[in-house]
Design a protein around this ligand. Structure first.
Ligand code: CAA
Length: 260
C-alpha cells in the first residue's frame, strides 16, 4: 500500500499508523483522513493484527486537528462533509474490533483530540498538551468532541474546555481521565508498544466483545447493558480460548490464545 501522509507498519501483530504531515503539525486534511481509513480497512481484514497504535510524526504534535487552511470560504455543505468525514474516521476507530492505543506525542487539538478520544486507550508524553480549540477560530468541535469529551470528563469540565479553548497539560489530562497514563517523551513509543504487546497476548474475542460492551453500554440503560453483557459473556464462554485459558491456569503455564 502506498501512502503519502501516513506511515503504516505491521510487526509482532501490532499495526502502527503514524500521521506524517509534521510541517502542518499532522493536521487532518481530506487526504490524511482517507489514508487512515484505508489503513483501518486493511487492519480489519488482517487476522494477524491484534492491536493498533495511532501516533504522530515529529516531536511537536500528535495532530493540530482539522486542516484550518482548507476551511477558507467553507460553506455549510462543505462543513457538513468535513464533519461527516471526521465522524467516519472516529467511528471507524471506535468500532474497530481490535484495541486501539493513541500515543500522543505532542499537541492533540480540536479534531486531533477528537480522534484520540475515539481510540480505546491514550498514552500521553509529558510534553503533550490537549484542547478543544475550535472556539478560537469561531467554530465548535465537529468530530464528536462535544460528546466524547463530555463522556470522559463530565459536562462541567467539557464546557470549560470547549467554551474557552484552553489547553490542558498531560498531567492534568490524566487527572481528568482524558488520558490513561503520562510518560517521558522518549519512552512514549516503547510504552505504547509494550501495552500493545500485552493486549496482543490476550484473548482477541474477549477483547472485541468487552470493547463493544463498554462502548455500547455508555449509550443505553443499565438494564439493557447488563442484558447485552450476559449475552456477550455467553459468546466469549463458547470460545476455544476460554478452554485454553482454563487449561493454562490449571497447568500453571501461559495461555496461547488463537482468537477462536
Ligand atoms: N491546520 C492547518 N495547518 C496547521 C494547523 C491546522 N489545524 N495547525 C498548525 N498548522 C500549520 C501552521 O499553519 C504552520 O504552517 P506554516 O508554517 O505553513 O504557516 C505549521 O503548522 C506550524 O504551526 P505554527 O507555526 O502555528 O506552530 P506554533 O508552535 O506557533 O503553534 C499551535 C502551534 C498552537 C498548535 C498552532 O499551530 C495552532 O493553534 N494550531 C491550530 C490548532 C487548532 O485550532 N485546531 C483546531 C482545528 S479546527 C477542528 O479541528 C475542527 C473539528 O472539530 C474537526
Amino acid at each position: 500500500m502506498d501512502f503519502k501522509f501516513i506511515i503504516y507498519e505491521r510487526s509482532d501483530q501490532i499495526a502502527t499508523i503514524t500521521l506524517n504531515r509534521p510541517e502542518a503539525l499532522n493536521a487532518f486534511s481530506k487526504e490524511v483522513i482517507e489514508e487512515v481509513l484505508q489503513a483501518i480497512e486493511d487492519i480489519k481484514q488482517d487476522e494477524n493484527v491484534r492491536a493498533v497504535i495511532l501516533t504522530g510524526s515529529g516531536e511537536k504534535a500528535f495532530s493540530a486537528g482539522a486542516d484550518i487552511k482548507a476551511m477558507k470560504g467553507m460553506n455549510a455543505l462543505k462543513a457538513r462533509e468535513l464533519s461527516l468525514m471526521g465522524e467516519k474516521l472516529c467511528c471507524s476507530l471506535e468500532s474497530l474490533e481490535k484495541p486501539v492505543i493513541a500515543a500522543l506525542n505532542g499537541y492533540a487539538l480540536g479534531g486531533g483530540l477528537e480522534v484520540a478520544m475515539s481510540c480505546d486507550l491514550r498514552i500521553a508524553s509529558e510534553t503533550s498538551r490537549m484542547g478543544q480549540t475550535e472556539i478560537n477560530i469561531g467554530l465548535i468541535p465537529g468530530w464528536g468532541g462535544t460528546q466524547r469529551l463530555t463522556r470522559l470528563v463530565g459536562p462541567g469540565k467539557a464546557k470549560e474546555m470547549v467554551f474557552t479553548g484552553k489547553l490542558v497539560d498531560a498531567k492534568t489530562a490524566e487527572q481528568l481521565g482524558i488520558v490513561n497514563m503520562v510518560v517521558p517523551a522518549d519512552k512514549l513509543r516503547e510504552t505504547a508498544r509494550q501495552l500493545a504487546l500485552e493486549l496482543v497476548a490476550k484473548a482477541p474475542v474477549a477483547i472485541k466483545v468487552a470493547k463493544a460492551l463498554i462502548n455500547k453500554g455508555a449509550e443505553i440503560s443499565l438494564d439493557a447493558a447488563l442484558a447485552l453483557e450476559r449475552e456477550g459473556f455467553g459468546v466469549v464462554a463458547s470460545t476455544e480460548d476460554l478452554q485454553e485459558g482454563v487449561a493454562a491456569f490449571t497447568e500453571k503455564r501461559k495461555p496461547v490464545f488463537k482468537g477462536r
